[in-house]
Ligand binder design. Structure first.
Ligand code: QUE
Length: 361
């Protein structure tokens, strides 16, 4: 076991702990390569009744994929001129792990106690149980760094109520615990002070249970509390109306109209969108519309893997990570720098196959 991830088993409950608290437990290729075979071994191990995953420290479950390392590898390998070995394999192996979590035959319980973004969402949202605390900060922020909401975002986001997933994907808006429960992103709310008790109860209950799934549901029902008022409730109608438009330009026009009619929320949302990567906005909307009619997660991940490989071959991911995560000037120079400048042909090209780099499970 490395110092980035820890595996333990206690009384039929297997636990994964992400142990990079200083990096908000951001997911490295090394962690993916350790976790994936461990999950498969636990699936075949009759003494393991369920898997629990959590992040070390009080700040984060997992802030995302370690995109800084992908960025560095592109700089180091080829002077920024082309995709590195890491950038080709990172996304492939990450998406394969996302699918294994989705198809996992035993209860998979994620404790989302803190920052949960991007790659951290992929480690949790596809599992059977998602427990959130008052410290949850959930987001798919990739359109801000020249990427798109991957790790199966094209699967779960279009399946959230109304157009809320489109709103989350394009704006990178944050959800708190109440919002996450209301939308179904989370299955249970448990205050962080009760998590230790919850883990202990899961381990002891499952050890004695004949049916692990029922035992887990019973324990979770005992620990779960009401998360409070859903702050998204008042904006749902406006979001559903504006984000149902078929283009990013149409969404912005709808938001501007609502803003002119007095909606401060619509004005803020339009302003947020105008700071995101224009190419990311358009490919992400296309990703979600295509994903909505796909019939399984593997098909979505194959689409997303193609998109990821086009992103690392282009300029925007590189510039986005530089501006937000490396130099932190928060002033990316997007190319094209306007929504209208992103042609339909450019958008379509992100969905083309990349020779020698197709997704497989
Ligand atoms: C978009 C992202 C990520 C992000 C910020 C975005 C992401 C990611 C991190 C992150 C945050 C803190 C860390 C770290 C990484 O931030 O994927 O190592 O310490 O991992 O706007 O996609």
């Amino acid at each position: 076991m490395s110092d980035e991830i820890r595996f333990t088993v206690e009384g039929g409950l297997a636990t994964v702990e992400l142990t990079r608290p200083k990096a908000l437990n951001a997911l490295t290729l090394g962690m993916i390569r350790e976790m994936h075979p461990q999950l498969e071994a636990w699936e075949d191990d009759d003494s393991v009744k369920a898997v629990l995953i959590k992040g070390e420290g009080e700040k984060a479950f997992c802030a995302g994929g370690d995109v800084r390392a992908v960025y560095r590898s592109i700089v180091d390998d080829l002077g920024g001129k082309g995709p590195s070995e890491l950038s080709k394999t990172f996304f492939l192996e990450e998406y394969r792990l996302n699918h294994t979590i989705h198809a996992f035959s035993k209860p998979y319980v994620a404790l989302l106690d803190g920052v949960t973004m991007g790659g951290g969402v992929g480690l949790s949202v596809h599992g059977s149980h998602r427990i959130v605390t008052e410290r949850l900060m959930f987001a798919m922020p990739e359109t801000g760094i020249g990427l798109f909401p991957d790790v199966g975002g094209g699967w779960f986001l279009p399946r959230l109520p109304g157009e809320f997933g489109t709103y989350l994907a394009l704006t990178g808006a944050r959800l708190d615990a109440a919002g996450a429960v209301a939308l179904g992103v989370a299955t249970h709310y448990v205050p962080s002070t009760r998590l230790q008790g919850l883990e202990a109860a899961l381990a002891t209950t499952i050890a004695e249970a004949s049916d692990g799934r029922t035992a887990i549901n019973d324990v979770l029902d005992r620990f779960a509390e009401a998360p409070g008022d859903d702050p998204t409730a008042g904006h749902r109608e406006l979001i559903d109306r504006c984000f149902a438009e078929s283009s990013v330009e149409g969404i912005l026009e709808a938001l501007d109209r609502a803003a002119a009619d007095g909606s401060g929320f619509a004005a803020e949302t339009a302003a947020t969108l105008r700071h995101k990567c224009p190419t990311s906005l358009k490919i992400s909307l296309e990703q979600l519309r295509r994903g909505r009619s796909m019939s399984n997660l593997a098909e979505v991940l194959a689409m997303e893997y193609r998109m990821s490989q086009h992103c690392i071959a282009g300029t925007e991911f590189f510039e986005g990570v530089r501006a937000i995560l490396v130099d932190k000037d928060h002033a990316p120079k997007w190319r094209p720098d306007s929504i209208e400048g992103v042609s339909a042909a450019l958008v379509a090209s992100f969905f083309d196959p990349v020779p020698g780099r197709e997704f497989s499970l």
